[in-house]
Design a binder for this molecule. Structure first.
Ligand code: SER
Length: 921
């Protein structure tokens, strides 16, 4: 085989399919658009999911792509094996109702043999257990039957990606790398072929014949149009063509390994290969993920990214890397990939910043956490237990930042299992408790003690050194706070902002030599600032000096939300009126909430104007200025004060040009442009004649829109599918074809338009929302129409009504009660009955939970002469406690007393019969 570089393989593949009439589609984001059930893009077909099911109009019927993918299911194996990666690129060709098995098989063989250079005689094939057709095609293309294996559902049935979507049987191409790669017993004691666990046969191309759409309950429905989805792992193909044993020995990954060598000063060798591979894989994953806007976080996708970063930092210790280093790999790795993924360069600076902050945060506690874990493992082993307790793993998680899965991996090395349930229980308990208990006790701390005011330094600094003034343990003043103890420290001065004016307290660290105190919350008691937390290492004694460091990234988010709150207050007063008074406010890193006096709900138009006014203020780049003034003087400035705040002799006045002037002790951005963007998520009432606005500011706005549009995409696709399934292909004109922007598009829009993007995206999301509602109701109406047509012409229904006919002389008296049919459907049915029966009276009724309706009709020979339908209906409706009436040959009515419907129908029937038998009604 001829050696080919990764870049060359990618190009050969894409060009081959381009030549065959496929549209070359760029890789989509790792954040899947419109599929909340899927954490990441895990395959090339993910961006095409709606094309397979036919939920949207097709822009092309054949496509090819090289897709960035992330799979973290086997994370603990990554680094320890030759081929596991979390990030990989998948080459693929796709057909949406275009070609099927024959061509897909032909293309895969032609491209592999004649373009990529795989020797045909070494290619083996697997097909799904009952797929005779696929086997026949392979044979016709020159693959002998003895090199074709049939495999079951576990191996040869693929999909769906996420909880629903296209799936189907598959057929795979394997390369025979020779018996020497197999287990010693392969070929002698046992027959070795694809499906064997050894390394002799390696799969390099998977063809999925998409035939089904799996719903969320797991049922398979035949797809209206069949499709092809192929996947060929680029790293895997490179390994084979470059004739190496490990994907980490292919050219691009080797390139990253050299960069890790430079950063660590260590050589990649047998004894160092695990950490090298872990770092190499994880830097790619986090670079591409953060580049796609998936930031490390406490939950969801962000949590997976945090785990990857922390795992890389953990393994890096084996290379004696104890300082932040991942961020240094960003630039060199970007230069390897930038040609194929040009967007990486735009994001490089933000990825570097994010990684550095995340590494610094974790490194602060890693060392101590590792010592702790060793002690806990020893304790567990000594106790004779084989399980590492949930309590211990929660301690490592909550205090030292060890992701639970990382602890699981570490304790497994010591032969211990991990108590997942116990961990979840601890997590739940913690959610319920902690902060509240601290707050409840704080006023008792200083009883009978003279204390000095803490000087607050945090407006201009996030780091400072200051002497410890008090230490509290279990609510009692102590000389020192020792390792493992949770308590309170106070200092002469501090950069930590204590919760106040709605803004949550800062978190961070206090250091003194190797002693470390983790600050979990900051509160205030009169003029003293209280740092609540836990001593992770060493001890802290009153009188000693320590270094205080605020968690920067969290503070930045708090600043955006606090300054956003001021502009919101300004906007409300400007647009709704100066009667607006602040009644309550929450400023958290993730969102802001603002309660204010206003008598009525805000209109959609008011919300839009308020939001635009705030975004306009951001775009104006107004400097944020503060002054500390004597209270009387401050009042004269006309600054807005919050009603529930106590103010001292002097107050701080915070001004944003002519847009906002408020009393405020909080921490803010230096210029309104630093807020970035502002978006109102919700307007509601907290009660008592007040209104409440929930909003986000800064990067949280982008994420909010990404989630919002993902939900909308999902609704559009589901609705479109339902329309097509229930009403058939001729209903395509009813489906929604409005373009819904994906995550990357949303980010680009913010990059290009700044805060103006908010208005545009709000309008688009509202428009789509209404379009979905409107289409939904049109669809339901049309469906009902069809159902009632189906109902009135349904031979089974007609037969059953006729079969139950009673007679009065020569006349048939028909009666029937149905569930949930409207008057139109009953009328339609009565018309069908009339066509069949020339001498009849019909009493037809329908009920649902709330009411019942009834129709009486008769053939022309009787109308007004023998029976009067209007009169019959009147009698029936009296029993239903409702009204009814109509013409001699047809009348209708209804009522609420559903329980008497049978009686009511019978009354009409009996009266009709009496009339037919002689006594006129
Ligand atoms: N979706 C299939 C896979 O991931 C083929 O692309 O293997």
């Amino acid at each position: 085989m001829k050696y080919k570089k990764v870049a060359e393989i990618r190009n050969i593949f894409l060009n081959y399919f381009k030549e065959k009439g496929h549209t070359v589609v760029p890789s989509s984001s790792l954040l899947p658009a419109g599929d909340p059930t899927l954490l990441f893009t895990t395959a090339g077909m993910v961006q095409f999911k709606p094309y397979f099911t036919g939920a949207v109009e097709l822009p092309y019927t054949k496509a090819t792509s090289a897709q960035k993918c992330l799979r973290t299911t086997d994370l603990e194996n990554v680094g320890k094996t030759e081929r596991h990666c979390t990030f990989f690129e998948m080459l693929g060709n796709f057909s949406f109702g275009d070609y099927f098995k024959e061509e897909a098989i032909e293309y895969s063989l032609d491209c592999s043999v004649n373009y990529l250079g795989f020797p045909k005689e070494k290619i083996w094939i697997t097909v799904f257990e009952n797929d005779d057709e696929a086997e026949r095609i392979w044979i016709s293309k020159g693959i002998p039957p003895e090199r074709i294996t049939r495999l079951g559902k576990k191996d040869n049935f693929w999909g769906p990606a996420g909880d629903s979507g296209a799936c189907g049987p598959c057929s795979e191409l394997y390369l025979d790398r020779g018996p020497e790669k197999g287990f010693p017993e392969c070929g002698t004691k046992k027959e070795c072929k694809p499906g064997c666990d050894c390394d002799r046969f390696l799969e390099f191309w998977n063809i999925v014949f998409n035939q089904f759409n799996q719903d969320t309950e797991g049922n398979l429905h035949p797809l209206k149009q069949t499709g092809i989805d192929t996947g060929s792992g680029l790293e895997r193909v490179a390994l084979l063509l470059q004739e190496v044993d490990s994907v980490y020995d292919t050219d691009e990954l080797r390139g990253i390994i050299s960069e890790v060598e430079k950063v660590s000063g260590k050589k990649y060798a047998e004894e160092t290969k695990v950490p090298f591979r872990v770092i190499t894989d994880h830097i790619r994953s986090v670079l591409f993920s953060v580049g796609d806007g998936i930031f490390p976080d406490r939950t969801g996708r962000g949590y997976v990214i945090r785990r990857l970063i922390r795992r890389a930092v953990l393994f890096a210790r084996k290379l004696e890397l104890r300082e932040p280093f991942l961020h240094k790999l960003v630039a060199p790795v970007v230069s390897i990939y930038k040609e194929r993924y040009p967007e990486l360069e735009n994001h490089a600076a933000s990825v570097e910043r994010t990684l550095l902050a995340e590494e610094e945060l974790f490194l602060k506690t890693l060392e101590i956490g590792l010592e702790k874990i060793e002690a806990l493992v020893a304790k567990t082993v000594a106790s004779g237990s084989k399980t590492f307790s949930g309590k211990d793993s929660f301690l490592l998680y909550g205090t030292y930042g060890f992701p639970a899965e990382m602890t699981e991996e570490i304790v497994a090395e010591h032969g211990l299992s991990f108590d997942k349930e116990g961990f979840s229980e601890e997590l739940e308990k913690d959610r319920q408790s902690s902060r509240e208990t601290w707050k409840a006790n704080r006023s008792a701390l200083f009883t009978g003690t003279k204390v000095d005011k803490t000087e607050f330094l945090g407006y201009s600094r996030l780091e400072a050194e200051a002497p410890i003034t008090f230490a509290f343990f279990e609510n009692k003043s102590v000389d020192s706070l020792r390792e493992g103890q949770s308590g309170v420290l106070t200092f002469r001065a501090t950069p930590f902002y204590p919760e106040g004016g709605g803004q949550q307290g800062d978190t961070g660290f206090v250091k003194k030599g190797s002693s470390l105190f983790k600050v979990l919350d900051t509160q205030k008691e009169n003029d003293v600032i209280l740092h609540y937390g836990i001593v992770l290492n060493g001890s802290f004694t009153v009188g000693e000096s320590a270094v205080l460091e605020v968690e920067k990234e969290r503070r930045e988010k708090l600043k955006s939300h606090h300054s956003g709150t001021h502009l919101l207050n300004g906007a409300l007063r400007k647009i709704l009126g100066t009667h607006v008074m602040q009644k309550g406010s929450v400023v958290s890193p993730d969102y802001l909430r603002f309660d204010f006096s206003h008598p009525s709900p805000m209109t959609g138009e008011e919300i839009r104007r308020i939001e635009s006014w705030v975004n306009e203020s951001i775009a104006l780049s107004i400097p944020v200025e503060t002054k500390v003034l004597p209270i009387e003087e401050a009042k004269k400035t006309g600054a807005v004060a919050a009603f529930d705040e106590k103010y001292g002799d002097s107050v701080r006045v915070l001004q944003m040009g002519d847009r906002s002037l408020e009393f405020c002790g909080g921490t803010h951005v230096g210029n309104t442009r630093d807020i970035g963007y502002f978006y109102i998520k919700k307007e509601s009432s907290p009660g008592a004649g007040n209104r409440r606005v929930e909003a986000v500011a800064g990067p949280a706005v982008i994420e909010t829109f990404q989630n919002r549009f993902a939900e909308l995409t999902e609704s559009v696709q589901n609705l479109n599918l339902k329309i097509k399934e229930d009403l058939g292909p001729e209903s395509a004109s009813l489906t929604i074809q409005t373009h819904v922007p994906g995550p990357e598009e949303i980010r680009s829009l913010f990059r290009a338009k700044g805060s103006d993007a908010v208005r545009e995206l709000r309008e688009l999301s509202e428009k789509l929302f209404f379009e979905i509602e409107e289409t939904q109701s049109k669809f339901l109406k049309e469906k009902k129409n069809r159902e009632s047509k189906d109902f009135e012409n349904n031979p089974t229904v007609i037969q059953s009504v006729l079969a139950n006919a009673e007679s009065a002389g020569t006349t048939k008296v028909l009666k029937a009660i149905f569930d949930s049919k409207d008057a139109k459907a009953l009328k339609g049915l009565s018309d069908s009955l009339k066509v069949r029966e020339k001498d009849m009276v019909a009493v037809l009724a329908s009920r649902n939970e709330e009411d019942a309706s009834i129709i009486v009709t008769c053939s022309q020979n009787l109308a007004g002469k023998v029976v009067h339908c209007g009169d019959l209906v009147k009698f029936a409706c009296e029993l239903l406690e409702g009204k009814g009436g109509g013409k001699p040959d047809m009348a209708q009515g209804g009522g609420k007393n559903v329980s008497r419907l049978e009686e009511a129908v019978q009354v009409a029937v009996d009266r009709a019969k009496a009339a037919l038998n002689g006594s006129k009604v």
